[in-house]
Design a binder for this molecule. Structure first.
Ligand code: HAM
Length: 430
């Protein structure tokens, strides 16, 4: 039978094993973020479109052509989390509570891009934002944190690319330099970039078309647009990374496709991802809080793309099996077995039973398939003595246990096995 409905292009259905991988990844990321002193925010999926037009920039690809707008309203599905966190920060005047905040968020983002491997229309970010300091040590922390999350998840092979755009004055100078340098090579650019050039020359640097990449490479972008302070800060940051043994590549063409960035910007990439090679990216956005109507406060952050990390994960994931499966010898005893299942669940044991009236043999097959460590068999004879039969599925040993002792006995026996009770099958690798 052909399904009438299918998932929307550019979205992913995670099956149970993929969902498990997703949750494990999120829990490792959350633990790293908390270790670094970041606090979680859960913010809405809907925001005013103007927030991103102002925050990310009206000439950015995201705002120009990728926002999912709610029909008839100036509301969009959020394409990213930074502008949103800053909206939240300003709305609740968080600067009055403290002059320094560290937040993280984990959730879906939406961009109307042309779907391909690693590029989706609904994808997930693990993001962090620290608001209230322009210390290069905080820059260092952000980079260490992003890498630490990837380490914890098991992504060891990746490259860190880093650059500085300089302060807002330097960025203006950089823009002017780019506009001038690109003007003389205008005829070699694609039509989009010719248009971008007059509006925002930084977007030309991001263009993926080979003719524009060639032009950008020929510019020989240096650091002449940087003031002494910004040059020194960048040098100090690089030496901090050297000190920590973190390898990086300084890429002067790295400007990032969102307008809010100033000073340091970085990207973490993996060759194994192919064309869409960025696992995550971030940087400083020292003017954004003020620009969106808040106080003049510097900030920095990054976001990692969960789906791209999942593409890289090679380790096998196993679904946890049940601790206990409760089987009945006769349907009339279902009431008793249902009570037992619920008591076991209350004590935290992963327990289940059959709801399809299967024979005892059939129930035993289900128990095996579900990876149950123990099976409880509820039969007439034992019940009359206040007992049930408990079978260890690994050793096939079985014996009677008093119902009032059941939770205690099973908890004790399952404790040793809890972590390695898994179903036999593993996730098919990509
Ligand atoms: P971004 O570079 O647009 O930055 O996104 C961060 C990461 O999200 C990318 O490196 C990539 O792994 C993933 N990603 C982006 N678009 C897609 C897509 N269409 N499909 C799948 N994955 C995708 C930001 O969004 C900034 N807010 C990061 C930041 C936080 N900067 C400062 N603070």
């Amino acid at each position: 039978m052909k399904a009438r409905f299918a998932s929307v292009r550019g979205t992913s259905d995670f099956n149970t094993l993929e969902s498990l991988r997703f949750s494990e990844l999120v829990s490792k990321a959350r633990s790293a973020l908390e270790t670094f002193g970041y606090q979680e925010l859960i913010l809405p999926l809907l925001e005013e479109s103007e927030l991103f037009a102002k925050g990310i920039g009206s000439t950015s690809d995201i705002v120009e052509r990728q926002m999912f707008k709610i029909e008839g309203k100036d509301i969009v599905l959020r394409p990213e989390g930074t502008a949103q966190v800053i909206r939240y920060y300003i709305q609740y005047a968080l600067n009055k509570q403290s002059d320094f905040h560290k937040f993280f968020y984990i959730g879906p983002m939406f961009r109307g891009e042309r779907p391909q491997k690693g590029r989706l229309r609904q994808f997930h970010h693990v993001g962090a934002e620290a608001i209230g300091s322009d210390s290069i040590y905080l820059d260092g922390e952000m980079i260490v944190l992003a890498l630490d999350i990837l380490d914890k998840i098991g992504i060891g092979s990746r490259e860190l690319k880093i650059n500085t755009l300089g302060c807002s004055h330097d960025k203006v100078a950089f823009g002017k330099y780019l506009a001038g340098a690109l003007e003389s090579k205008k005829n070699e650019l694609c039509q989009d970039c010719i248009r971008r050039l007059s509006k925002n020359p930084f977007r030309v640097i991001d263009c993926k078309k080979s003719q524009c990449k060639k032009v950008v490479a020929s510019l020989g972008i240096g650091d002449s647009h940087l003031c002494k302070g910004c040059k020194d800060d960048f040098k100090r940051l690089l030496s901090l990374l050297d000190n920590l043994g973190i390898s990086y590549t300084h890429v002067p063409q790295l400007v990032r496709g969102l307008d809010y960035y100033t000073n340091v910007v970085f990207e973490i990439t993996s060759e194994s991802l192919g064309a869409k090679d960025a696992i995550g990216a971030g940087g400083r956005y020292n003017n954004l809080v003020k620009f969106l109507g808040g106080p003049d406060i510097p900030a920095i952050g990054f976001a990692l793309g969960i789906e791209r990390i999942l593409l890289l994960l090679k380790q096998k994931t196993q679904v946890k099996g049940l601790d206990v499966f409760v089987a009945v010898t006769d349907e009339v005893l279902e009431k008793n077995s249902f009570k037992i299942v619920n008591e076991l669940r209350k004590s935290g044991l992963r327990s289940d039973c059959d709801y399809r009236g299967k024979s005892l043999k059939g129930q035993m097959r289900v128990a095996q398939k579900r990876g149950a460590r123990f099976v409880i068999i509820v039969g007439d004879e034992e019940l009359s003595k206040g007992e049930v039969v408990v079978k260890n599925m690994e050793t096939s040993e079985q014996g009677s246990v008093k119902i009032e002792k059941l939770n205690e006995v099973l908890l004790e026996n399952c404790k040793a096995y809890r972590e390695d009770t898994c179903l036999g099958h593993t996730h098919a690798e990509n």
